[in-house]
Design a protein around this ligand. Structure first.
Ligand code: HEC
Length: 143
């Protein structure tokens, strides 16, 4: 094989490997120690990498109602009835399936007011995974 042909096929193999990894690679799980070590500089405080990603999304999309720290004190909270709960004490964040449903389908989907909007069509599954992980971290006791 000539040098050039070898190079071309090596590039093809690499490209195939990379695209396969993107399609079928496992999603990062909350608290994956390897991921946390590699992306250490992207973590905030005691949060894992995945929870930190969720926090960033939360501050961007949700904080206007929920507040930056999810305490129910966002700029728009006083206009809402019922107001957003303090998610650091609410028991709901302990139930990831229910939390995911509220985020993806809106609070009305679990028999509550329609005030928390559905995000299932505007955020990706991965973004919703991150948000669920962040919501769950809120109820965690930090020493
Ligand atoms: C327009 C204001 C508003 C926005 C934006 C909003 N929410 Fe809400 N959210 C609420 C309100 C109000 C409630 C309480 C609804 C009720 O009890 O009927 C709520 C409830 C929730 C709950 C249930 C919490 C609990 O402990 O009971 C979750 C989870 C939640 N929202 C997640 C989110 C996430 C994640 C986002 C951003 C992607 C978001 N919300 C954006 C207003 C909002």
């Amino acid at each position: 094989m000539t040098g050039r042909a070898w190079h071309a096929s090596a590039v093809t193999v690499l490209a195939l490997m990379t695209s396969a990894a993107c399609r079928s690679g496992p999603r990062p799980q909350p608290g994956d120690p390897m991921l946390d070590a590699i992306r250490a500089e992207e973590r905030e405080g005691k949060l894992t990498y995945v929870e930190s990603q969720g926090r960033r999304l939360f501050v961007h999309y949700c904080a206007t109602c929920h507040g930056d720290d999810a305490r129910g004190d966002g700029q728009n909270a006083s206009n809402l009835n019922p107001p957003p709960p303090d998610m650091t004490v609410s028991r709901m964040s302990q139930d990831p399936a229910l939390t995911r449903r509220v985020i993806a389908e809106g609070s009305a989907a679990v028999g509550r007011s329609p005030l928390s909007p559905p995000w299932g069509r505007s955020l990706s599954q991965q973004q919703i995974d991150y948000l669920v992980a962040y919501c769950q971290s809120l109820g965690r006791e930090t020493p």
